[in-house]
Design a protein around this ligand. Structure first.
Ligand code: UT7
Length: 326
């Protein structure tokens, strides 16, 4: 990275997670819909997912993940300047789920808001937080992804209901100067509303007669995913003058093992440098990247100083990447 600069950068200083207690195996879901463990495993890599109990709301899980991230960072809740929560399954149309997290953790000084970018939500939230930190508006931000997709699944559609799960992940992002080039190096965001109809919810939070179910043209999303994600990761590498060889870990959105492998292969990254949690969590949308990051940081695979590439694609379509040195 050349000479150390006094550049103000955003660094991840703590990671936290929450997964609902109730684990649902493929065999268990086969009792609700005509499918099988063999089909789900072969086509997606998913073996189980967590489904939330009524008390495990988006705010509840987001707050639990945030407490763990704050403790890992050694940051008190009242030092947090902003809370940005990415979700496609907010507890209410308003207020934002983020303000419920604020109240639950006692982050009295913070301002809080939600971001809606479906499965790309965490990358979008990270990008917004990074911009606010770099421009000096804030110094400490909680960036959260929290989802309860089990509440919007159509259990009569086997093409979608087997794919998703619930959970939350959070990171503490803090302004740092110097630090040997550590921090977020770049984020790239994209969307294309022309694809809105291949992945959407056919209703809205708060519509009592039509709360909405997830609808997806899986084959078309799959087709777009490998192409758009590969171009997003190349864009991140090119913008930083790096190649795939420089990447220590790819931490992708966890939708389908075949998409993850496809992007890894196009990049030329060996599977040992790709974090995979889709087998245990299924697709937790905005929560999937911070959950995967938590997993690999807490089991010691991801270490300080390493170069990490995050990527996601979701409803919108939205997609993007973030490159960071931990
Ligand atoms: O987070 C970002 C958004 N989501 C994604 O990135 C997901 C992207 N899409 C996918 O992961 C895959 O397209 C799926 C996993 C959803 C589906 O896999 P596929 O290989 O594209 O299968 P398909 O939709 O082409 O369906 C193949 C067959 C069909 O039967 P016929 O028409 O060939 O007789 C389906 O009816 O598999 C059948 N099928 C199932 N069978 C057993 C679909 N879902 C199931 C199921 N169990 N759960």
């Amino acid at each position: 990275m050349g000479e150390l600069s006094p550049l103000r950068r955003s660094r991840i200083t703590g990671v936290g997670h929450y997964l609902p207690e109730h684990i649902v195996s493929n065999d268990e879901i086969s009792l609700r819909v005509e499918t099988s463990d063999a089909w789900i495993t072969e086509r997606t890599g998913i073996r189980q997912r967590h489904f939330s109990a009524p008390f495990e709301t988006t705010a509840f899980m987001g707050a639990a993940a945030s407490r763990e991230a704050l403790a890992a960072a050694g940051v008190e809740a009242d030092s947090v300047d902003a809370i940005i929560l990415a979700t496609a399954t907010p507890d209410q149309a308003f207020p934002a789920t983020a303000v419920h997290v604020q109240a639950a953790i006692g982050a009295k000084r913070a301002f809080a808001f939600d971001i809606s970018a479906a499965c790309s939500g965490f990358i979008y939230a990270l990008s917004v937080a990074d911009s606010m930190i770099r421009c000096g508006q804030v110094s400490t931000v909680l960036v959260i992804g929290s989802e309860v997709y089990s509440r919007i699944l159509n259990f009569e559609d086997r093409g979608t209901c087997v794919l998703f799960g619930d959970g939350a992940g959070a990171v503490v992002l803090q302004a740092k100067t110097g630090g040997e080039g550590a921090g977020i190096l770049s984020t790239h965001l994209h969307s294309d509303g022309a694809f809105a109809e291949i992945l959407y919810v056919d209703g809205a939070v708060g519509q009592r007669d039509r709360p909405g179910h997830l609808v997806m043209n899986g084959r078309e999303v799959f087709r777009q995913a490998v192409t758009l994600l590969s171009s997003a990761v190349n864009e991140a590498l090119e913008a930083n003058g790096l190649t795939a060889k420089d990447i220590d870990w790819l931490v992708p959105h966890q939708a389908n093992r075949r998409i993850i492998d496809g992007v890894g292969k196009k990049l030329g990254l060996p599977p040992e440098r790709v974090v995979v949690t889709v087998d245990k969590h299924a697709n937790t949308s905005a929560a999937s990247i911070p959950l995967a990051l938590y997993q690999a940081v807490s089991d010691g695979r991801i270490k300080p100083g390493q170069l990490i590439l995050l990527e996601a694609l979701g409803g919108g379509l939205t997609w993007g990447s973030a490159l960071l040195r931990l």
